[in-house]
Design a protein around this ligand. Structure first.
Ligand code: UD1
Length: 463
């Protein structure tokens, strides 16, 4: 089933979330100039997981108290989710120096999320569960497709119907309401046809306030689902089995406020491990939960990279001159994450021999291939399969990122490539990598942000 079209590229984001740091504005018209090849060295601090923080923000709607989330990264997606919650009536304060996000959801006076925001951030659709459970009614626009696939929400909708909600989709709007006089969802047994992360999260949140017991079978087992469950448990929910295929939720009458710390971002961590591998460098990353990175670590070891677990929450990657091919198939967790497919492909492009990559989660997640090939990679794509024939080295070129992880892949390739790569697509990177350029500079990478308008002016001058 898995496998959607293009999302607006230049998202002009104007924050209504109170921020302590004016520089955190995600509005961006810049390019990155990256001079390779780089040799990196040092320690990198991994931020809180974007994909945990987003549903966690939605979950705070389940409580009428003030919730504090810690380790919330400063990212464009977090900003948009903040705007969605604000539009519903919540008061939000993101302290971008301490990475704490305070959400006061005592007054939720609107059940409809604005289309302009939902279409920019698919994860904001996940708020349908908490809004419905809290207000008995929720109106959320269909998020539509994006650069990596069609991304329907049928599993969310079917699950909410199983929990007793009436759901009608009209004019691009998902209208959900609870018709019973008590305005309560009722527990149900739900089998997900596919272990969708978002559907598992929507339904788990909705079921926390339902009457009776809900069992979600074939649930997503991603660490972010478990983190969301732990947050809800800390708010007073009864949830068992999150992180396994079967999640059991016994509804409670209400949830209370919470002070909760988000887990480290395993995708950011994996990206830095690949940065070390692709540049043959010696770097350490922390904090991480090594178990969350098992599949990525295992594949890095297959290509010949040495990774040492230095402490319970840190990893050290050592330089290794010989890199060899390996095959990858993306799978739901604990399989190899689809979000690491593009970054790993950048690495495989310089591993000796042929690597075979199969994307099984999204239908349109190979758009980085043509850009990697512009940098000298030798990759052929057929459908959702790619054959990567390793080349001795990559060469810098002007490249454009089509989505978040594709952009990360191109930055990684640029670190290894000879010459100056000019990368366009910072608006994608800002969605999911906090201060990537600053972190890479700290490791010794030579990269610089350049204003696009100035660049255009220069090229016009030179014509
Ligand atoms: C989440 C992550 C995303 C990651 C993905 C898979 C967040 C905010 N985003 O996205 O970074 O790449 O998990 O690990 O957590 N599907 C349906 N019907 C549905 C729902 C999903 O067909 O109702 C399909 C999707 O089109 C896709 C597949 O299931 O092909 C997996 O999607 P899903 O696990 O839901 O991903 P998200 O939660 O959107």
């Amino acid at each position: 089933m898995p496998l959607r079209k293009d999302r607006t590229i230049n998202q002009q984001l104007h924050s209504i979330v109170e921020s302590d740091n004016p520089e955190s504005s995600p509005v961006n018209q810049s390019t990155l100039k990256i001079l390779g090849p780089s040799c990196l060295q040092g320690n990198i601090n991994i931020g809180g997981a974007k994909n945990s923080a987003l549903p966690a923000m939605a979950a705070t709607l389940l409580s009428s108290g003030v919730c504090r989330l810690r380790q919330v990264p400063c990212l464009a997606d977090i900003n948009i989710m903040g705007q969605v919650l604000s539009a519903l009536g919540a008061k939000i304060k993101h302290n971008t120096n301490t990475f704490t996000l305070d959400i006061d959801a005592s007054i939720i006076n609107n059940s409809e999320a604005p289309y302009e925001l939902v279409r920019q951030l698919r994860a904001s659709f996940f708020a349908i569960g908490p809004i419905l459970a809290r207000l008995g009614v929720a109106r959320i626009p269909l998020p539509g497709g994006c650069a990596i696939g069609a991304r329907p929400v049928d599993l969310h909708v079917k699950g909410l119907q199983a929990l007793g909600a009436e759901v009608h989709i009209e004019h691009g709007m998902v209208n959900a309401y609870i018709s019973s006089s008590k305005k309560k969802l009722r527990g149900a047994k739900i089998y997900l046809d596919y272990p969708s992360v978002g559907a598992t999260e929507t339904l788990m949140m909705a079921a926390t306030l339902a009457e009776g017991e809900t069992i979600i079978e074939n649930a997503a087992q991603e660490p972010e689902v478990e983190d969301l469950a732990n947050l809800c448990i800390a708010m007073g929910a009864n949830i068992f089995g999150a992180g396994t295929k079967t999640i059991v939720i016994s509804g409670v009458p209400k949830l209370h406020s919470v002070d909760y710390t988000i887990i480290p971002d395993r995708i950011e961590a994996g990206t830095f491990l690949i940065a070390g591998a692709i540049t043959n460098s010696d770097i350490s990353i922390s904090p991480v939960v090594p178990k969350h990175l098992s599949a990525v670590i295992s594949k890095l070891q297959s290509v010949g990279v040495k990774i040492i677990q230095e402490t319970s929450d840190s990893l050290h990657i050592l330089p290794s001159k010989i890199l060899k091919s390996t095959d990858i198939e993306t799978q739901p967790y604990p399989g190899f994450p689809t979000d690491m497919q593009a970054p790993f492909m950048a690495l495989l492009s310089i591993c000796s021999g042929s690597s075979y990559i199969t994307e099984t989660v999204f239908e349109n997640r190979m758009r980085h291939v043509s850009e990697l090939n512009r940098m000298g990679a030798n990759i052929r794509v057929k459908g959702n399969n790619a054959i990567v024939q390793g080349v001795p080295k990559l060469s810098a070129a002007p490249v454009i990122g089509s989505d978040l992880r594709a952009s990360a892949a191109l930055i990684l390739a640029a670190l290894a490539a000879e010459g100056e790569t000019i990368f366009q697509g910072l608006q994608h990177l800002n969605r999911g990598y906090e201060q990537l350029e600053v972190k890479l500079q700290k490791l010794g990478a030579k990269l610089q942000r350049v204003d696009l308008v100035e660049e255009n002016d220069i090229s016009q001058d030179s014509i």
